[in-house]
Design a protein around this ligand. Sequence first.
Ligand code: DAH
Length: 341
Amino acid sequence: MRELLESLRSASRQAIDQAVDMEALESLRVKYLGKKGELTAILKQMGKLSAEERPVIGQLANQIRGELEAELEDRKSALAAKMQELRLESETLDVTMPGKEIRLGKKHVNNTVLDEVLDIFVGMGFSIVEGPEIELATYDFDRLNIPANHTVREWTDTFYITPDEKVHLRCQTSPVQVRVMESMKPPIRILSPGRVYRKDEIDATHSPMFHQIEGLVIDKGVTMGDLKGTLNTLMQKIYGPDTVTRFRPHHFPFTEPSCEMDVQCFECHGRGCRVCKGEGWIEILGAGMVHPHVLEMSGIDPEVYSGFAFGVGLERLTMRRFQISDMRLLYENDVRFLNQF
Ligand code: DAH
């Protein structure tokens, strides 16, 4: 029995020494010291011993139990210390390491200008409305007084969606005027930004998709003076208080009279240079007094109400504002370019 106890002593010592975690230690405790453990099993056989041997073996067994308990305890604290060390090591933070750069996004320059324009008009009491990009010929052409034989209706100009020419990608934001007149009663003061589509070849000043901002005002007694005042305010707010404009007669089917507005070239102040191609002026938008027939077609009495409308290309505003010479730069999304603004 002494041998049995001795071999348990050395086997358990070795096992405890090699235990790698708390769980392993606990199962060793059960294995050796538990109620059904190996030490208890040996002690159960004490009855077979002689009266002289019994106290000697009993003492040895108690001693081994004490040793085992102490060893388990020691190993336990050693493991705990080790774990703590590992945890600290894995959680070490080197505060001297350089940080990771957080890249912030930036508003696209077109949106910067658009937001400015929206702010200016909201300040003048306009509401912002949006219309669909897939539009009906009724809204984009018929009810804007655009004649059946107008070139804009050609397949070479417009992206048709249905072969019957009833549905297409809108080529201007003007159809929103009709939608607004249909759903709102005067007084009307709206601004409508959005994408438009034309079959244009891409170059420095053209793109098959670009953005327009449409404006419409209808009330009693609205005059061309209101149109000029409103658009001059816009120009002075975005290009500076010294901005000089001029209004030239033009033709649009949905306005009468119609005009185009130019701003004096910021480069040469009207003398003529490379930027304005020698003109001294830069064309900026189309506008006019809403045609009485357009009002009538949308159920507004032209004898009672009058209005003005305008449409301006957002890219053109942006390019003039930041002196960007090539429209393609606005769509290439090269952040080295876009981050400049
Ligand atoms: N829709 C015109 C275009 O795309 C621009 C325009 C001209 C809009 C005169 C208007 C307007 O509202 O009155 O060329």
